[in-house]
Design a protein around this ligand. Structure first.
Ligand SMILES: [Zn+2]
Length: 96
C-alpha cells in the first residue's frame, strides 16, 4: 500500500523497493524522488515495508473505529462495486 504514503520532504509518493541483505531480501518503501534521482534530491529515509504496512493498517483500523466514516466508505464502495463490477474483497468482510 505504498501509494497511501507521501514523502514529508518533497511530497512524492513512496514506492516499494527491495534490497538484498546477507540472507534475506528486505522490502522497503522509498521516496520516489530519492529512488529516481538519489539522496541529493530528497534525503528521506527508506522505511522498512513491514513496519510501514503495519502502521498504515493500524491507521486504517483506527479510521474504521469511526463507524460513521466506515459506513460512508462501505456505501461508496458498494456503489463502486456495483458500477464497476469490481471486487472489494480487500476490505474487511464484516459487512455482507
Ligand atoms: Zn521525498
Amino acid at each position: 500500500m505504498p501509494g497511501l504514503v507521501v514523502c514529508a520532504r518533497c511530497g512524492k509518493h513512496f514506492v516499494g523497493t527491495s534490497a538484498l541483505g546477507n540472507r534475506y531480501r528486505y522490502r522497503y518503501y522509498t521516496c520516489f524522488s530519492r529512488q529516481r534521482y538519489g539522496t541529493k534530491y530528497c534525503a528521506a529515509e527508506r522505511l522498512p515495508a513491514e513496519e510501514l504496512d503495519a502502521a498504515v493498517l493500524d491507521a486504517l483500523l483506527h479510521t474504521y473505529e469511526r463507524t460513521d466514516l466506515f459506513d460512508k466508505a462501505v456505501a461508496s464502495a458498494r456503489c463502486r462495486a456495483r458500477s464497476e463490477r469490481a471486487s472489494w474483497s480487500h476490505l474487511p468482510s464484516a459487512n455482507d
